[in-house]
Design a protein around this ligand. Structure first.
Ligand SMILES: Nc1ncnc2c1ncn2[C@@H]1O[C@H](COP(=O)(O)OP(=O)(O)OP(=O)(O)O)[C@@H](O)[C@H]1O
Ligand code: SF4
Ligand SMILES: [Mg+2]
Length: 377
């Protein structure tokens, strides 16, 4: 490819190659198969989720966008794992991969494993590789064992139905035999649980009649109606003002205890991570560049990018939009270099940094970093 221009021939070659790969991956997604094909084992039995070398790509006309480019991290049982990194680094694409919500045929899990410890209604535990599950079987985990809370609840609530109708629906999905009265009782109970003071009124309201914080509470109550083992919250408080934000975070924390589950919390706000997370995953340009306990990442950050994040860290009450003002840009996701992706922005870069992409180095039982500064000589 010459500079940023693609010739007609190059465009046709990309389209042809994309079509071939997308066709193969779509067929894989919609195949019929026996459960045994995607049953696997956890590497560590105390984990509920293990993401292993996940590659999620978008096959665009300009080329393949490697949005998630070899991401590995674990979510232990009963823990909160914070995923942090600047806009476009692949946080949402990682969570959409776990939920298998990627828009095909363009967006595809290309390779890697997403191991999830599932529990049947009768209590039997099985480990599924979500990345290999056919779409027809995704209902076994999505919306019941794993629930997702999005940034803007208005887009996930249906504007033409009342909150009550939408909440009741969740009960009917999980228990088709439930009576109307049972469903309503359950909905009111859920609204109570998420701290809604006048549940009857909210039950009869339409989404637009509620404030942003109320809508997020409703979304959380829906996510919880199914007793999930894992909640994925993608920027759950970004659209809310700080006081409401704090209330929603308290709510999430309480609920985690109540359902005895785990949370994968995606945010670009380090203050939220410090307050909520047990472990932190730092992502940069589709890769994990550092991970560790919240203590390790905050008190002993090692990667120059993580150190930069700490410096640009605002207080909990400041505007999160001002985060991450490390100078420079992320490389073009279609043409990632062979060397460290942070090189153009790194002030500590040495000769070695023009060589291969740095490997993940273990510096403590829980602390890992991908940077040549820590290579063993
Ligand atoms: N449908 C798509 N087609 C092509 N590229 C996409 C698509 N969706 C996402 N991407 C690319 O994938 C990369 C990761 O996006 P992602 O949404 O995961 O970022 P993020 O870390 O969640 O950012 P933010 O903090 O802004 O939410 C970006 O480079 C983005 O441009
Ligand atoms: S590998 Fe080199 S360029 Fe990359 S973050 Fe480390 S020091 Fe900086
Ligand atoms: Mg996102």
């Amino acid at each position: 490819m010459s500079n940023n221009y693609l010739s007609g021939k190059e465009i046709r070659a990309i389209a042809k190659e994309n079509k071939k790969v997308m066709k193969r991956l779509e067929a894989q997604k919609y195949r019929k198969c026996d459960e045994s094909e995607y049953i696997t084992e956890m590497k560590e039995s105390s984990n509920i989720l293990e993401i292993d070398e996940l590659h999620t790509y978008f096959f665009t006309e300009q080329g393949v966008v490697k949005a998630v480019n070899g991401v590995s991290f674990d979510v232990p049982q009963n823990k909160t794992v914070g995923v942090v990194g600047e806009s476009g680094c692949g946080k949402s694409v990682t969570s959409m991969s776990v939920m298998r919500l990627l828009q095909g045929p363009t967006g595809q899990i290309y390779s890697g494993e997403i191991r999830f410890k599932s529990k049947d209604k009768d209590g039997t535990e099985k480990v599924f590789d979500i990345a290999k599950m056919p779409m027809a079987d995704i209902h076994k985990i999505r919306g019941n064992q794993i629930a997702m809370i999005f940034q803007e609840p208005m887009t996930s609530l249906n504007p033409v139905f009342t909150i009550g109708q939408q909440l009741d629906e969740v009960t009917f999905i999980h228990n088709p035999e439930a009576s109307k009265e049972d469903a309503k009782a359950k909905s009111i109970e859920m609204l109570n649980l998420v701290g809604i003071a006048m549940p009857e009124r909210v039950y009869n309201a339409f989404p637009h009649e509620l404030s942003g914080g109320m809508r997020q509470r409703v979304m959380i109550s829906m996510a919880l109606a199914s007793n999930p083992r894992l909640i994925i919250a993608d920027e759950p408080t970004t659209a809310l003002d700080v006081t409401i934000q704090a209330q929603i975070l308290d709510l999430l924390r309480d609920l985690k205890t109540k359902i005895d589950g785990s949370i994968m919390l995606i945010t670009h706000d380090l203050g939220i991570i410090a307050e909520m997370a047990d472990y932190v995953i730092v992502m940069y340009a589709g890769r994990v560049i550092e991970k560790g306990t919240v203590d390790e990442i905050f008190h002993n950050p090692l990667h120059p990018y993580t150190i930069g994040l700490q410096k640009s860290k605002p207080t909990l009450n400041s505007d999160s939009e001002t985060l991450f003002n490390i100078p420079g840009n992320v490389p073009n996701p279609i043409n990632m270099p062979a060397y460290c992706y942070f090189k153009e922005r790194c002030s500590k870069c040495t000769k070695k940094c023009s060589g291969e992409y740095p490997e993940m180095i273990q510096v403590s039982p829980t602390h890992f970093v991908a940077c040549h500064l820590y290579d063993e000589e």
